[in-house]
Design a binder for this molecule. Structure first.
Ligand code: SAM
Length: 281
C-alpha cells in the first residue's frame, strides 16, 4: 500500500477480492506499527512515527517483534508437529507477514484449520486477499473482549469443532488491554472454552523492572499502544491458571525452543518480551 502525502481515510482491498474496508491513515494502528517493526510495507507515516518513538526509547524494539514471531512459529510447530493440534484460532493475528501461522502449520499437516481474528479492518482486507483460494484458513474481524462473537461466527464454526482440542493464540494482544478491560478475566474466559487437551499461547512485553522497560512502556503509552503494555512475569503467569505449562514455561521469546531464526539471540533486551504455551489437562 502506498502512502501519498496528505492521505486521509482510504479504502483497502485487493484485485483478488476487493473489500470496502475503512482504513484510517491519520490514527496509529497497532497492527501497522507492528508491521513496520517486522520490516513490512503495510504502514503509514503516523505508524512509522510511533514506531520510531519506541525505537528511540529502546533501539531493540524491532528485535522484540521479530523474536515474538520466532516464538510463535516455534510454538505452532510444537502444537501441530508434537501435540497433534489441527485447529487454531489466532486472535490479534496482525497483518500477514513472513511465516504466517497457517503456512507453518499446514507445512507440517495440510489438514490444519486456522481462523485469524483481528479488530483492525486492515487485517481483514489483507487476509482475505492472501487466503482467497484457501478453504481451511479464514480471517474474520472480531474483538478479543467479545469472545462469544468470535466463537459464534459462522466461519469459526465452519472450521473449528470446539468439542475437539484446539489452540488459541494470544500473541502480543493481552498487553494492549487496560486494567479495566480485565485481561486476566479475558484470558480466563478463553481457557474455559478449551476442552481437555486444548492449548493457550500468550506472549506480551514484560516489565522486568529495568529502566529500559520503563522507558519503552512510556513510549508505548505515549504512542497509542496502551497504558499497561508492560506487566510483570508474576502478573502474566496468571493467564495460564489451571493449565500445564509446556517446557520451558513462560520465558523470554528468544529462550522458547529457539531456532536459528532468532535475531541477535544473546541480546539482553530479549527479556522485555516473554511467551508461553499452556495445555488444559
Ligand atoms: C502486536 S500485534 C501481534 C500480532 C501477532 N499476534 C503476533 O504475535 O505476531 C497485536 C495485534 O492485536 C490486534 N488487537 C489489539 N487489540 C485487539 C482486540 N481487542 N481484539 C482483537 N485484536 C486486537 C491489533 O490490531 C494487532 O494486529
Amino acid at each position: 500500500m502506498t502512502d501519498p502525502a496528505g492521505a486521509g481515510r482510504r479504502q483497502a482491498g485487493s484485485a483478488a477480492q476487493p473489500d470496502l474496508v475503512d482504513v484510517n491513515t491519520d490514527e496509529v494502528s497497532i497492527a501497522r506499527v507492528y508491521d513496520y517493526c517486522l520490516d513490512g510495507k503495510d504502514n503509514f507515516a503516523v505508524d512509522r512515527a510511533a514506531a520510531q518513538a519506541m525505537i528511540e526509547a529502546v533501539p531493540e524494539t524491532p528485535l522484540l517483534a521479530k523474536a515474538n514471531r520466532c516464538f510463535l512459529r516455534a510454538a505452532v510447530r510444537h502444537l501441530v508437529g508434537e501435540a497433534g493440534i489441527r485447529q487454531i484460532v489466532d486472535i490479534g493475528s496482525g497483518l500477514p507477514t513472513a511465516g504466517n501461522v497457517h503456512e507453518i502449520a499446514q507445512e507440517i499437516a495440510s489438514d490444519v484449520r486456522v481462523v485469524y481474528v483481528d479488530n483492525d479492518p486492515i487485517v481483514l482486507a489483507h487476509g482475505r486477499a492472501l487466503l482467497a483460494t484457501d478453504n481451511r484458513t479464514t480471517v474474520i474481524q472480531g474483538d478479543l473482549r467479545e469472545a462469544d462473537a468470535i466463537f459464534d461466527h459462522p466461519e469459526t464454526r465452519r472450521l473449528v469443532d470446539t468439542t475437539e482440542p484446539f489452540a488459541v493464540l494470544l500473541g502480543g494482544i493481552l498487553m494492549h488491554l487496560e486494567d479495566e478491560e480485565d485481561p486476566e478475566g479475558v484470558a480466563a474466559g478463553i481457557r474455559e472454552r478449551l476442552p481437555s487437551g486444548g492449548y493457550l499461547l500468550v506472549s506480551n512485553t514484560c516489565d522486568t523492572g529495568e529502566p529500559r522497560a520503563r522507558e519503552l512502556a512510556k513510549a508505548f503509552a505515549e504512542n497509542g499502544m496502551g497504558n499497561r503494555c508492560f506487566r510483570s512475569w508474576e502478573e502474566q503467569i496468571r493467564y495460564f491458571d489451571g493449565l500445564e505449562l509446556v517446557e520451558p514455561g513462560l520465558v523470554p521469546n528468544n529462550r522458547w525452543r529457539p531456532g536459528p531464526d532468532v535475531p541477535d539471540p544473546d541480546n539482553p533486551a530479549h527479556a522485555l518480551h516473554i511467551g508461553g504455551l499452556g495445555r488444559k489437562p
